[in-house]
Design a protein around this ligand. Structure first.
Ligand code: SAH
Ligand code: SF4
Ligand code: F3S
Length: 443
């Protein structure tokens, strides 16, 4: 029989990237093979994001191509999953009649049913709903890399940040049982995974509903043989407490990196955002983290142009960036999202002011990050090799424990941990040379 093929296009955060691994795993279980490009696929899946307007627009462009494809080959199945699908579930088929099946982020385990469980008797124009949101953790998974894996520890979010649509589209927070997580980590280690990244919208609130906690989870994962690096994203500053800091400091495999979303450096704006911490509390937390983990890298997310943000508020954000000295930051222009509290706030900031602020912020972020990276020159870093460098220059690429990308001259294979002497830095990358095998890390 002619072999059917699928293609998945992923937008958005790591959570979505991980969901896509599950979607791919499920499609393969249904007997489909992966196509390199959507043009060669019989089932085209879009795993969407709606955190800002930009991903919505990118998706719209893809839908234009999908419509054209459907006119040429009407038997192509177009499936749309993820956060945009969930946000637009009432209107999606009206907006995009070329879509056959749609589903929200919590219902991936049911994908097979909607696709006609292999027979592909797709019921067109159907929004797939499962009886309950389920963890995709028990599903087959098609991983990008043999030695790295994401591990979902919770779904949804109980915060109500005024700008954010995630709680609406991903629902209330539910923690996955620690035993289930541990079993997955052990299985991954057995398959050769050396680095795991624990995923949740707010990892620090993990476990309250299952009688566990994030610190305990870190310690349990640290004890799994074969796992050499543990990362996690994202912690919310409001829930970052001493036991987690202690676990980070004491567990050898927990990497010296925290992605700690600041959002704004102005206490007034943080309050309007409902972040429930202020600038001083953030400084305190950074101090506690750095006292416990001296070599800690800190990265962050920052929004400019939140409603009511003045030049003074923005100046305070710049100050915090300088004072904390972030190793990197994702910077965003505030984008009003329908149904969120902030979208209805007065004093929306004009576009040109937002543009001006983001440019100024990016400049400071880049300068500070470059200065931080320059301090690594001359040091030897442990690097997990990921593959060839992206520049086609014959160098290898990997990441340090502090999560900085290093392009380096060397002979190692993907998945190996090697020692690299750092000899150059930009705002986002380091450069270096692998030390001889004798000096390599034993792991
Ligand atoms: N749960 C994660 C963040 C998920 S969204 C956390 O709280 O850390 C990733 C980032 O997108 C947020 O940290 C925020 O900086 C940004 N973001 C979210 N909604 C936004 C909006 N409406 N406009 C601009 N940026 C936004
Ligand atoms: Fe959104 Fe705030 Fe929840 Fe993060 S913590 S997902 S920013 S509501
Ligand atoms: Fe992630 Fe975008 Fe959804 S950032 S949680 S895929 S809205």
């Amino acid at each position: 029989m002619w072999h059917r093929r699928y293609h998945v296009t992923t937008f958005g955060c790591q959570m979505n990237a991980h969901d896509s691994e599950r979607i791919k795993g499920m499609l393969e279980e249904l007997g489909l093979g992966e196509a390199a490009v959507p043009e060669d696929a019989d089932v085209i899946v879009f795993n969407t994001c709606t955190i800002r307007e930009k991903p919505d627009q990118r998706f719209a462009a893809h839908m234009g191509e999908a419509a054209a494809r459907k006119r040429e080959r009407p038997d192509t199945v177009i499936a749309v999953g993820g956060c945009y699908a969930e946000a637009q579930r009432e209107r999606l088929f009206e907006l995009y009649p070329q879509v056959d099946v749609a589903f929200g982020p919590g219902t991936i385990p049911h994908l097979g049913e909607w696709l006609g469980a292999g027979g592909f008797g797709v019921e067109r124009g159907r929004f797939g709903t499962g009886d309950e949101r389920r963890f995709a953790g028990t599903l087959p998974m098609h991983r990008e890399r043999r030695f790295q894996a994401w591990v979902q520890i919770s779904m949804g979010c109980n915060s109500r940040c005024a700008y954010c649509i995630v709680p609406t589209v991903r629902g209330r927070e539910v923690s996955r049982r620690p035993g289930e997580i541990l079993a997955e980590v052990e299985r991954l280690a057995g398959e050769g995974v050396r680095e795991i990244t624990l995923l949740g919208q707010n990892v620090n609130s993990y476990g309250r509903d299952v009688g566990s906690g994030f610190a305990e989870l870190l310690r349990a994962c640290d004890a799994v043989d074969g796992i050499e690096r543990i990362r996690f994203t994202s912690p919310h500053p409001k829930d970052f407490r001493a036991p987690v800091i202690e676990a980070m400091a004491e567990c050898a495999t927990v990497c010296e990196h925290a992605h700690l979303p600041l959002q704004s450096g102005s206490t007034r704006i943080l309050k309007a955002m409902r972040r429930t911490y202020g600038r001083e509390r953030y400084f305190e937390l950074v101090g506690d983290l750095r006292d416990a983990i001296p070599d800690l890298a800190l990265t962050t997310d920052i929004i400019v142009g939140f409603p009511g943000e003045t030049d003074v508020d923005f100046g305070e954000t710049i100050e915090v960036v300088e004072e904390v000295g972030f190793d990197g930051a994702f910077t965003f222009v505030y984008s009003p999202r329908a149904t969120t509290e902030a979208a209805a706030m007065p004093d929306q900031v004009p576009e040109d002011v937002k543009r001006d602020r983001i440019e100024r912020l990016v400049e400071v972020v880049q300068r500070v990050a470059r200065e931080r990276n320059e301090q690594r020159v001359g040091l030897v870093e442990e690097v997990l090799v990921e593959g060839p460098s992206r520049h086609g220059d014959g160098l290898l690429r990997g990441r340090t424990r502090r999560n900085i990308t290093v392009n380096f001259a060397g002979t190692a294979s993907p998945g190996e941990l090697v020692a690299v002497r750092i000899d150059g830095a930009t705002s986002t990358t380091l450069r270096g040379e692998q030390l001889s095998a004798a000096a390599a890390w034993s792991g």
